[in-house]
Every structure is written in C-alpha cells, then in structure tokens.
Write a protein that binds this ligand. Structure first.
Ligand code: CU
Length: 249
C-alpha cells in the first residue's frame, strides 16, 4: 500500500481533470470591453502565469522528491539540519515575486481608478431592492428597472462614461462581467468610476451582493452604441422621458 497511490491512474486522472478545468477557466475569461478591462485582463494573465510557474515548481518538487531522494538499499540519503543558501533563496524569491505583483497591481489599479476630468456622459446609478435606477446627469432621462423588467443603460463607444454609484437601502454590488468590473453600492457611500468602452454590444450586469429575496432578479444590461446613436437615443428619450420611467420610483 505504502507509496502505491503516487503513481496510481486515479491521481493522474485528478491531475489532468484539474488542469483541464483550469484551462476552461482561462479560455472563458473575456478580455473585457473597456480600456480599463484590458489592463485588468493583462494583470490577471500575469498573475495566472506566475501562479502556474509556482505550481509547477512546487508540485514538481513534491512529486519528484520521493523518487530522486528515496532510500536506496540500506544507505540513507545525506542527512542535514539546515541549508542556509536554500532557505535564503526560498525566502527572497517569493518576496521579490510578491513585490513585483504588488507594483504591477498598484500601477493597473491606479489607471483603472483614475477619474477623467471631462467625462462625456455621467450616469447616476442607484441600487435598490430589487433593481437599479439610471439617471443621466444634466438630462431628464431616467431608466428605472423592476425585478421583472431589468433596466438597460446605453453608453457611447470610445468615450468616457462616469458612473456615480450609491444604494438607497442595503448593500448591493454593481457587476458587469463583460467589463471585468464590480463595485459595491453601499448606503451613504458615493463611489465613482469611469468606463471607456472600446467594443460595441450588450453586456449583462447583475447585483453581486446578496441583498434579499429578489436579489437574483437584480439584473440589468449595458448597451454600448456608436456616439451618434447614443446622442439620438438621449434626445429621443429626453423629449418623452416618461417612456423610460418604469417601476415604483
Ligand atoms: Cu443583490
């Protein structure tokens, strides 16, 4: 029994399936539809490659050591209490890696968090149980969703949209997976961030913080359209804003 499981087909299967599932995750992660998301995706890729390298080295040492340094015949392998060079290396290398990843994260976050001095569109977003309200600043256009009728936010391609986020009641989280972006909506806290979309399309959004019975229905959509179409959409709905007033507020 001793040592037999190391080379068993079962273990090999677990190893291959784990790698395969990891591969699926890699392939399915979108690169993101905003310039901020592209930076986040690059950051994520570096972290994943670094993690895989560490996994390969540590896993290789764990699996290979019993074979390379196993007891052969009656002779014991060399016995020692400490190895200062190895201990220094295994302390310094992780510290360097963490420092590099920290610097990389800090630089990316600084860009993602940076607010433009002149956003072309400002949308005030309020999360409430159980939907979202989108108010286009400086206009009368307001989109209010309900659990049965999720709201849609329309924003222009290639321009900066500022989102001012808050909550009317409990904690929510404003998440757009296609933008690789999530931010908490907390009562009494005003969060602001910018999106600079560089892909057309409709992107699903949802609340990512369990906030009550109908939390699962707190979905919404973000539709990225060409700037001229956005201006047209805004003008149309400004002249008849009630068409876009839905729900209880
Ligand atoms: Cu929720």
């Amino acid at each position: 029994m001793k040592g037999r499981w190391i080379g068993s087909p079962g273990l090999a299967t677990v190893f291959v399936v784990t790698l395969g599932l990891g591969g699926c995750g890699w392939a399915s992660l979108p690169s993101g539809a905003t310039s901020q998301a592209e930076l986040m995706h690059r950051d994520w890729t570096v972290f994943t490659i670094a993690g895989l390298c560490v996994f390969a080295i540590v896993g290789g040492l764990i699996v290979g050591s019993p074979f390379v340094w196993r007891r052969r015949g009656e002779a014991l392998p060399p016995q020692f209490r400490r190895n200062v060079p190895i201990e220094i290396i295994t302390t310094v290398i992780p510290l360097i890696m963490i420092a590099l990843l920290f610097v990389l994260t800090y630089r990316v976050e600084s860009v993602v968090e940076r607010l433009s001095p002149s956003p072309s569109t400002i949308v005030d977003v309020v999360g409430f149980r159980w939907s979202w309200r989108f108010q286009y600043s400086g206009t009368s256009v307001q989109v209010i969703g309900t659990p049965k009728q999720p709201p849609e936010m329309v924003i222009p391609l290639g321009r900066t949209t500022r989102i001012n986020l808050e909550s009317a009641d409990v904690n929510h989280a404003f998440w757009v997976p296609g933008f690789l972006f999530k931010r908490d909506a907390i009562p009494g806290v005003h969060n602001s961030f910018d999106w600079h979309p560089d892909h057309l399309g409709v992107f699903v959004g949802r609340c990512a913080e369990f906030c009550g019975l109908e939390h699962a229905f707190m979905t919404f959509a973000v539709r990225v359209v060409p700037p001229d179409e956005f201006e047209r959409w805004l003008r149309q709905h400004e002249t008849r804003p009630t068409a876009y007033r839905q729900g209880p507020r």
